[in-house]
Design a protein around this ligand. Structure first.
Ligand code: FES
Length: 387
């Protein structure tokens, strides 16, 4: 099978049995006050300029809920930049969703958190770039952001939210893992995700700088275990390591088109947040209902089941566990989205992982590429302004 799914195949592919989407990720905007070089947003930020309206988002929520979706993540970019966030949260709660705000905290104020509480927001996940103020501000490329995050963390507690923190772990901050844990304890966090960056979007662009070495990961894990041994109470820490060092791929998205539905700021419906990089045409919620998209669109059906699987996945006794791994990773690393994820040591492309991980810590270039819109202004936008 070729890398590009053809239109002829598109027309003839039958609809496959589906389970309803349980988790809806609403990427409200790709605009963000921070510029983290590991952001998973698309490198091509064209959609930044063409966001769904409040009523269009409400339609998406209604249709997803009617299908059985129960969790709604408000994400971005920075979802706080949407002035209608409180209205959208209130509507989602009215529909019966469990609502989660995934935020950098920048733009949150006491007035806003009070309004979000009134709207029924259930959960806030607050991200930090580092436990060190200078490193935090440098990675996010925003001065005083660390101080603002500390204040927001206190507000999250004051408004009786569970304190859920997320630290993106990279080669730049992995050595300070103990400081991260100490800060989390001081902030009285309940749950802390120490998540080594996954290499999609901007993180893929900057992978040579961001990927920790295996010995850095081992040392971090030892430090985490030491800290846990000394802990009495306090936060629960979860350490997520990069799958680049594994021998089996992750069951990405719990299988394509089984559980997760992402809707991007411009209304594209995707089976995962990175899928737009794939040579598939994705539908838009402006043109079709969520149910029609989920059940009948070619792109959602394309990797459902195991008909699409190549060797060695096709005959593998673990195919129901990992579903052949991540389609986006297969595409990024091999150029073919239909291949077995090269993380799997049964894949003929597994040698690619060693080539990449052997280079960790030996950056060929000297600069990180910050996530910024300014290098991504669509030509069409300039044309629209000049006609
Ligand atoms: Fe797209 Fe894994 S991130 S399938």
């Amino acid at each position: 099978m070729t890398n590009q799914a053809s239109q002829a195949t598109e027309a003839s592919q039958p609809t496959k049995a589906t389970t309803p989407p349980l988790w809806l990720l609403a990427e409200l905007t790709y605009q963000c006050p921070l510029h983290c070089p590991y952001c998973s947003n698309p490198v091509n930020m064209e959609e930044t300029f063409n966001e769904l309206s409040t009523s269009q988002w409400k339609k998406v929520f209604r249709e997803a809920r009617e299908m059985g979706a129960v969790q709604l993540g408000f994400s971005g970019g920075e979802p706080l930049l949407r002035k209608d966030l409180e209205e959208l949260v209130a509507y989602a709660r009215e529909l019966g969703f469990y609502t989660n705000l995934i935020t950098s905290g920048i733009g949150m104020t006491e007035k806003r958190i009070a309004k979000l509480k009134d709207a029924g927001l259930d959960h806030i996940q607050l991200s930090f770039q580092s436990a060190n103020a200078d490193v935090n501000d440098l990675i996010g490329n925003k001065r005083h952001s660390f101080k603002q995050k500390l204040n927001i963390a206190k507000l999250v507690k004051a408004y009786n939210y569970p304190m859920v923190l997320n630290f993106c772990i990279t080669a730049q901050n992995i050595r300070e893992i103990e400081e991260v844990m100490t800060l989390s304890t001081e902030l009285k966090a309940d749950f802390v995700e120490l998540a080594t960056v996954q290499y999609y979007g901007w993180a893929y662009e900057n992978r040579e700088h961001l990927l920790p070495t295996q010995s850095q990961l081992v040392e971090a894990e030892q430090a985490i275990n030491r800290y846990r041994d000394q802990q009495s109470g306090g936060p629960k820490f979860m350490f997520v390591t990069p799958d680049y060092y594994e021998n089996r791929p992750k069951a990405c998205m719990n299988g394509w088109g089984t559980t997760f539905l992402t809707v991007t700021p411009d209304g594209s419906a995707l089976p995962c947040h990175s899928a737009k990089i794939l040579p598939l045409t994705f539908p838009n919620v402006k043109d079709s209902s969520v149910q029609n998209i989920w059940e009948h669109d070619f792109s959602f059906n394309h990797f459902r089941g195991d008909d699409w699987m190549p060797s060695p996945c096709k005959t593998c006794d673990e195919k129901d566990k990992d579903f052949g791994g991540c389609r986006c990773q297969a595409f990024l690393l091999t150029g073919d989205m239909h291949k077995t994820d090269p993380v799997c040591d049964k894949s003929p492309d597994h040698h690619l992982m060693k080539t990449i991980t052997d280079k960790a810590g030996q950056q060929a270039s000297s600069t990180l590429k910050f996530r910024t819109v300014k290098n991504n202004i669509p030509v069409k936008m300039i044309q629209d302004l000049t006609v």
